[in-house]
Design a protein. Structure first.
Length: 183
């Protein structure tokens, strides 16, 4: 994996939400165009996509999916119709059910249109984040960070998207504050 994307979510849906982090106090969209979206999809483990099958229109759709997922993952009191935006976005994407070949036979969604196939694959990989235990979906405890993650720790007490960055900064800041307050 490259350093272009942030992979702390423990689920592709959360990692898609994390493609718009805050850097130096401003939101930065990591899905800058078709190449970036195709690279993210490849790193996320989606089926390979041919050059040209991801268009600017698909990038706009993926950004809307990201925004819809983020809103749907917020507490219900902030977004009462949590699933409406995601459902409306998915409704026009057409495909058919098929059976994947051995050795792993399973139901798959298929489309003859490569762009629609990419959308189906992206939705199939990311939308199941909505089925995760909401109590285990967390936002980083750093006030300067907006990243989401699925807390898969045994105790369920993970607070930071990444201990090496946000967690370390918070602990360093707390240490400095204690040192300043000491007599």
């Amino acid at each position: 994996m490259t350093d272009q994307f942030i992979w702390v979510g423990q689920h592709p849906g959360l990692d898609l939400c994390n493609t718009e982090p805050v850097v130096d106090g401003a939101f930065v969209d990591l899905l800058t165009g078709p190449e970036a979206l195709a690279a993210w999809a490849a790193e996320a483990g989606l089926p390979p996509v041919a050059a040209g099958d991801v268009t600017d229109r698909t990038v706009r759709w993926a950004r809307a999916l990201r925004d819809g997922l983020r809103a749907a993952l917020d507490p219900p009191e902030r977004h009462p119709d949590r699933l409406g935006d995601v459902d409306a976005l998915l409704r026009p994407v057409r495909g058919t059910l098929g059976l994947a070949a051995a050795p792993d036979p399973r139901l798959v969604l298929r489309s003859d249109d490569p762009e629609a196939q990419f959308r189906l694959d992206l939705a199939a990989a990311t939308v199941p984040a909505l089925a995760l235990d909401p109590a285990r979906i967390r936002r980083c405890a750093s006030s300067a960070c907006v990243l989401l993650f699925h807390d898969v720790s045994k105790a369920g007490r993970r607070r930071w998207c990444d201990m090496a960055t946000c967690g370390n900064r918070a602990k360093s800041a707390a240490h400095l504050e204690r040192a300043r307050s000491a007599p």
